[in-house]
Design a protein around this ligand. Structure first.
Ligand SMILES: Cc1ncc(COP(=O)(O)O)c(C=O)c1O
Length: 391
């Protein structure tokens, strides 16, 4: 029998998306895979209806439709503090998922070391394996998810092609400070490495924290590949629209990788989504308010139930500590994955086991997201109250 490649033996399917499937099977409230259960802005769906009738319906330019890239450049220059050339510095991709993979395939040779903060969004492990890179993990230490600058410098010193930075971070909700970003940038310059950033939660940041684009720091545009997406900002995770922004020589190479991977993102969706990119600042302020309310509501619910959790600075995820349950005889020896499966069946709420994000042997954290309507969040909390009866 012909054999499959070695590379597919080295990673599993996504635990996050597996939890969604199990959640659906048991009809649980799915707070595992992070996506909103509410509609995108009406302007986008109206524009999509127009595109359905008027087109375009054929391939767009492989690296992105011109009007979409123009709109992206105009939006991105605000956060990047410089003009972005839509002709040479942008590739439109199928979500940030493709952007990250494309970035890794563009810069990594087999065996190149890539620094990854742990906990990390699980795609980065597979991105590294598929691009042949060797991930080197730098711990972000709970509960405040700080990193040790000396460990980070040691990672760069031992030879790193790039560092992957998820800011704001999924799963831990960390928003990197200007000081932290400056330090990372200095090390990247000192040791001549790229920084690949995943900034899909750039607009979901809670006061007083502020998202700072790595590429906006002095001397960093030249070595930063910014990956981003419309998925979270406009509540269109199914539209699969993302992009990379970076220096022209990197983007020229990335466009080749992207072209042969996917040819391009869906043309009618680019047409429709361009409307959102032109929204005024008030839209992003509204989005922040919306998620600030959701965070407040869900975290207050967790407090009522008596579950220990961190307070995310950004993104729509919260990590909950389940150690007190694992210490009980009824749960003795359970892994966090088994606890999450049990919780889906018995409590009716789905979360993601923290071990799928940590390189370190962490078994006591699970991740919930709160991108759900108020009633759903309230019902999830009501169900979680049942946990009390086990303590
Ligand atoms: C950090 C992070 N990056 C990327 C993605 C996927 O983004 P996209 O839908 O643009 O592929 C997600 C989705 O949950 C995410 O949390």
């Amino acid at each position: 029998m012909a054999q499959l490649s070695d590379r597919v033996q080295t990673f599993t399917d996504s635990v996050i998306r597996r939890m969604t499937r199990i959640s659906n099977q048991y009809g649980a409230i799915n707070l595992s895979q992070g996506f909103p259960d509410f509609d995108p802005p009406r302007e986008l769906t109206d524009a999509l209806a127009r595109a359905a009738h008027d087109g375009p319906h054929q391939y767009s330019i492989t690296f992105g439709a011109k009007n979409f890239r123009d709109a992206l450049a105009a939006k991105a220059e605000k956060s990047m503090g410089r003009a972005i050339d839509p002709e040479t510095e942008i590739v439109v991709t199928c979500g940030s998922t493709e952007a990250m993979m494309c970035a890794m395939m563009t810069i990594c040779n087999p065996g190149d070391r890539v620094l990854v903060f742990s906990p990390f969004y699980e795609n980065y492990g597979a991105d590294a394996i598929l691009s042949g890179a060797d991930p080197v993990y730098i711990p972000l230490v709970p509960p405040d998810y700080h990193f040790d600058p000396e460990l980070l410098e040691a990672g760069f010193r031992e030879g790193a092609k790039a560092l992957i930075l998820c800011n704001p971070s999924n799963p831990c909700g960390k928003v990197f400070t200007r000081e932290e970003l400056t330090l990372i940038g200095e090390l990247a310059r000192k040791y001549d490495a790229f920084v690949v950033t995943d900034e899909v939660y750039e607009h979901i940041v809670f006061d007083p924290y502020e998202h700072i684009c790595m590429a906006s720091l002095p001397g960093m545009f030249e070595r930063t590949i910014t990956c981003n997406s419309l998925s979270k900002t406009y509540s269109v995770t199914g539209w699969r629209l993302g992009y990379m922004i970076g220096p022209a020589d990197v983007i020229e190479a990335a466009r080749k990788v992207h072209d042969f991977l996917t040819v391009g993102a869906a043309a009618p969706l680019q047409e429709a989504a361009a409307v959102g990119l032109a929204f005024p600042d008030s839209y992003y302020e509204g989005l922040k308010q919306l998620y600030t309310e959701k965070r407040g509501r869900f975290l207050a619910g967790l407090d009522r139930v008596g579950l220990k959790h961190n307070v995310p600075q950004g993104s729509y995820f919260v990590m909950v500590d389940i150690q007190e349950f694992l210490d009980l005889p009824a749960f003795s020896g359970m892994s966090d994955l088994e606890f999450c499966e049990w919780m889906i069946r018995e409590i009716g709420v789905a979360a993601v086991p923290g071990s799928s994000f940590f390189r370190e042997p962490v078994n006591n954290l699970i991740r919930f997201h709160f991108a759900r309507g108020a009633e759903t969040l309230d019902e999830a909390v009501r169900r979680l109250e049942k946990l009390k009866s086990y303590t």
